[in-house]
Design a protein around this ligand. Structure first.
Ligand code: DC
Length: 219
């Protein structure tokens, strides 16, 4: 199994790093947060409550492989409402169970966007190194202070033309971290053998340079 597991809190730089690594190494990339966002999105679209366990499990089980593969490119799930719904559904053990096989299969048989097989897989999320691929040889865990992450998120939202208040973004990040870290199933925490990187004072290029050197030493 050639897998790079990238876990960490939101806006710590996981996605940017994963995309760069996937391009450099010719690996397939799966943003697993998009799966939870997808479940949240479907629930909201159907007027259902993201905290309704039965409905959430049903939606998670109903997602086709095609839909799961396409979710990470679906702009409809990239908003704060879907993010919040995702953070509720991701607390539900049966939802996590329903999404497990797809993630595992992607790691074992990675396919690129053009549907051709890839040399390996990069998965990012919260539990890749601990639950989905505990045997991955490369495990990374990205963190950054909540203030820095809120500033990054605030800038991103502003660039999208959205009118947001920094204090709201910060409080949302703090609440989401709390839900991710305190849930009973697959809480956000670094695997024992993960390389932990605090990206607070690093640029995306700094993070990439450190990680690619670390990977090249190992594969
Ligand atoms: O990374 P993101 O913001 O797109 O993730 C959305 C939510 O899904 C977030 O609250 C954490 C959760 N999540 C998770 O529990 N496990 C994963 N592997 C990925 C995301």
């Amino acid at each position: 199994m050639k897998v790079i597991a990238i876990d960490g809190s939101s806006s710590a730089g996981k996605g940017t790093l994963a995309l760069k690594l996937a391009e450099e190494l010719d690996y397939a990339y799966l943003d697993t947060g998009a799966l939870y966002r997808g479940v949240g999105y479907e629930l909201l679209q159907n007027g259902l409550d993201p905290q309704d366990e039965e409905a959430a499990v049903q939606v998670a089980k109903s997602l086709s492989v095609e839909r799961m593969l396409s979710l990470q490119d679906d702009s409809c799930i990239r908003n704060e409402v879907c993010g919040k719904a995702a953070s509720y559904v991701s607390r539900l053990p049966k939802v996590r169970e329903a999404l497990f096989d797809f993630q595992r299969r992607f790691a074992l048989f990675p396919i690129k966007k053009d549907k051709t097989p890839a040399k390996g897989a990069i998965l990012d999320g919260r539990d890749i190194g601990t639950v989905i691929c505990p045997e991955a040889k490369i495990k990374l865990f990205l963190t950054a202070s909540s203030e820095i992450r809120a500033k990054r998120r605030y800038k991103e939202l502003q660039l999208k033309g959205l009118c947001v208040i920094y204090e709201d973004v910060l409080s949302d990040i703090i609440q989401r971290d709390k839900r991710d870290q305190e849930r009973e199933t697959a809480p956000l925490k670094p695997a024992e053998d993960a390389l932990v990187i605090d990206t607070s004072d690093m640029t995306a290029d700094d993070v990439y340079a450190q990680v690619i050197a670390y990977i090249k030493e190992r594969i």
